[in-house]
Design a binder for this molecule. Structure first.
Ligand SMILES: [Cu+2]
Length: 260
């Protein structure tokens, strides 16, 4: 009887020891796992607090004579650029166009591209807006965004719509002016196009003036819209700017590209 009572006591001590060892092993496991996650700082730094990583989405598309590529969705950790590159045999080629995006979710971003240099494929990529804010500096600060060492980009197929009406149709662009920039810093058209620029002012007092052509809108204030129409009868790259005060020097500029 004495022995029978003592045996359960020994078993209880043994069970308690096993449980204690198991708890220690589990705790060590948890500590090792969290160390592993902390090592991957690069990934964590590029994610939102809700866990969604930066992404860029675009579908295959047909581009007509407005030369606009639509980027369906961009989710960015900070302000940046939706950048359209040429694709040369699967390699990322030169930049054909870009448009600003904001931190957070951006939908249906329009990027005006230089279709003269576009092949059958495009690479749509997310770049940061570092360096001078609001100015696209792809050769220095505004580098591509990477998550987990992978560039945030997508490859799409491009089809250019034949344009039998070239030169007769009006190509219309709607720009928004704030202090001191335009929301589109590149506009691409084809030689002979009739171009219409609609400028809406959301901040300050501005206009839209382009070099190389006798074209300028009126100067208007907040909430107003002004327009100008002209024929892009010369190919090349032309600077457009705000002629009010020193706005041009403050960075209120962009480039009109007229494809041959
Ligand atoms: Cu201005």
């Amino acid at each position: 009887m004495f022995n029978l009572r003592e045996r359960p006591g020994v078993s209880t001590a043994l069970i308690l020891t096993v449980v204690a060892v198991a708890i220690v092993i589990i705790l060590i496991g948890i500590i090792l796992t969290s160390d592993g996650l902390e090592d991957n700082d690069f990934m964590l730094n590029n994610e939102f607090s809700d866990g969604a990583a930066a992404t860029i989405e675009a579908t295959d598309q047909t581009v007509n004579n407005d030369n606009i590529v639509t980027v369906a969705r961009v989710i960015a950790y900070e302000d940046g650029w939706a950048v359209v590159h040429a694709s040369n045999n699967g390699q990322v080629g030169r930049i054909l166009g870009f448009a600003p995006i904001m931190a957070g979710t951006n939908e249906d971003v329009s990027v005006s591209i230089n279709t003269a240099e576009a092949g059958e494929e495009l690479v749509v990529m997310l770049h940061v807006d570092a360096g001078v804010k609001g100015t696209f500096e792809p050769d220095t600060d505004d580098i591509p965004v990477a998550v987990n060492n992978a560039t945030v980009m997508t490859v799409i197929k491009l089809q250019l719509e034949e344009d039998s009406m070239s030169g007769t149709e009006i190509k219309e662009f709607s720009l928004v002016a704030t202090s001191f920039k335009y929301d589109q810093q590149q506009i691409t058209v084809n030689k002979g196009d009739r171009v219409r620029i609609n400028l809406r002012v959301d901040q300050g007092f501005h206009d839209w003036t382009v070099e190389g052509f006798d074209a300028a809108t009126g100067q208007v204030g907040v909430g107003e819209t002004t327009s100008v129409e002209f024929v892009a009868d010369e190919a090349g790259s032309f600077t457009y700017y705000c002629s009010v005060g020193n706005h041009r020097a403050l960075g209120m500029v962009g480039t009109l590209i007229v494809n041959e």
